[in-house]
Design a binder for this molecule. Structure first.
Ligand code: SOE
Length: 394
């Protein structure tokens, strides 16, 4: 059978309104464009309209990224009946207002992570989508690396036995220069939190996906550089300084947390933007009674696996190249050994969204996952303030 057996079919058009056009706007646009290229779907995303407040900038972005039109006010998308999905790729403080309005307008929603600024907002968003009955998905993209999906398969088929430890580090270093400006990601009223919600939220999502629910946490947070010159993000993780005057950094530069899982496993989490030399060091290790796995985003196609049942003398961590047909999502791309990258985690995520819209089933991760993640983030934050262990309650 030909690789192209899906051929050109009558696919239901799913018309997207994308709010935001910088880092995540680019990642999502690329994924919508490429998903039909690799997967046989019943639905086809249409890059209908991109939204941004700066008209000149959004016009240029929408043209370059392949959108049919642009708007400068997201509210206009909600009045239109030629938009099926609202994709929220804005700074975090706008997620709640847009998501709740989109749900009321009956639109399906994809929202960037973390779902909201705090638990209260996250709950309001969850209630709104449940009431409206729309499809909702939160963009925890690293779940969609084939190696992570294969790790899930290994754990759920019992290959690792009972899980005792989940250990994660998410290390970046892009704000270490004290001259790096006070961008939105460093302001609590816009970002919600710093390394905690931006980075540890991803590790928490992997932990919940792979090991299960967290019941108790103890957190420790620090802001190393307390004031910075005023400035703004320009795209990716770059920024410009706009003024000599300084403002207060109101989020954490680094957070560490200990956790207990409901199934008895122990979790150790570390997230920092001060991990010198680590550009996107998103790593985790899981130890079970029969084996262990290790994963590092900067080598994302590889999974290290140790199995205690291997013959004595031959035991040790082996490296699995998760590019074979047995590895979830991998066969949609290239022959074995031809790896994929960061952007493909978003293509796989958009595939899940399209599959869900086509079948009417609940995608994963959805806003319930986004809400639970937010509860854990906020409990870690409170634990740091109160200097004690706290139960996680939903
Ligand atoms: C910046 O720290 C960032 O882009 C995060 O916001 C993303 O969620 C992460 O995937 C990469 O780093």
């Amino acid at each position: 059978m030909s690789e192209y057996s899906g051929g050109k079919r009558d696919m239901k058009k799913v018309r997207i309104g994308m709010i935001g056009y910088k880092f995540m706007g680019k990642a999502h646009s690329h994924a919508y464009r490429d998903v039909p290229f690799y997967f046989d779907l019943d639905t086809e995303p249409v890059l209908q309209t991109m939204v941004g407040r700066d008209e000149q900038a959004v016009k240029l972005a929408s043209e370059k990224l392949g959108w049919q039109s642009y708007e400068t006010d997201w509210r206009r998308l909600l009045e239109r009946d030629d938009i099926d999905v609202i994709d929220i790729g804005t700074p975090n403080h706008m997620h709640a207002e847009i998501a709740i309005a989109a749900a009321k307008a009956g639109k399906h929603i994809l929202c960037e992570k973390p779902l909201a600024l705090n638990v209260q907002e996250a709950k309001e968003i969850l209630d709104a989508v449940q009431k409206a009955g729309v499809i909702h998905m939160v963009s925890y993209n690293y779940r969609f690396a084939p190696a992570i999906q294969y790790a899930k398969h290994l754990i759920s088929t019992g290959a690792l036995g009972s899980i005792y430890h989940f250990r994660a580090q998410y290390l970046q270093d892009w704000i270490m220069d004290p001259g790096f400006p006070l961008v939105w990601r460093l302001r609590k009223e816009i970002g919600g939190s710093g390394a905690l919600g931006d980075l540890m939220a991803h590790s928490i999502d992997l932990a919940r996906f792979l090991v299960g629910e967290i019941s108790e946490v103890s957190g420790m947070m620090e802001t190393f550089i307390k004031q910075r010159p005023i400035g703004e993000m320009t795209g990716g993780l770059s920024a410009t300084v706009d003024s000599d005057s300084k403002g207060d950094v109101t989020v954490d530069d680094a957070t560490a947390a200990l956790a207990r899982f409901e199934n008895g496993a122990l979790g150790v989490f570390e997230a920092t933007r001060f991990g010198r030399g680590n550009r996107n060091g998103n790593r985790m290790e899981i130890n079970g009674s029969k084996g262990s796995i290790r994963w590092d985003m900067e080598n994302m196609n590889q999974l290290e696996l140790y199995l205690e049942d291997d013959p004595r003398g031959m035991q040790g961590f082996r490296t699995i190249d998760c590019t074979e047909v047995e590895h979830p999502f991998a066969k949609a791309y290239w022959p074995a050994g031809h790896g994929i990258g960061y952007e493909h985690t978003f293509i796989n995520l958009i595939h899940e969204l399209m599959r869900s819209i086509s079948t009417g089933t609940v995608p994963s991760p959805n806003f319930e996952d986004g809400y639970r993640n937010q509860v854990i983030l906020e409990t870690i934050e409170r634990s740091n303030i109160e200097r004690r262990w706290l139960n996680v309650s939903y």
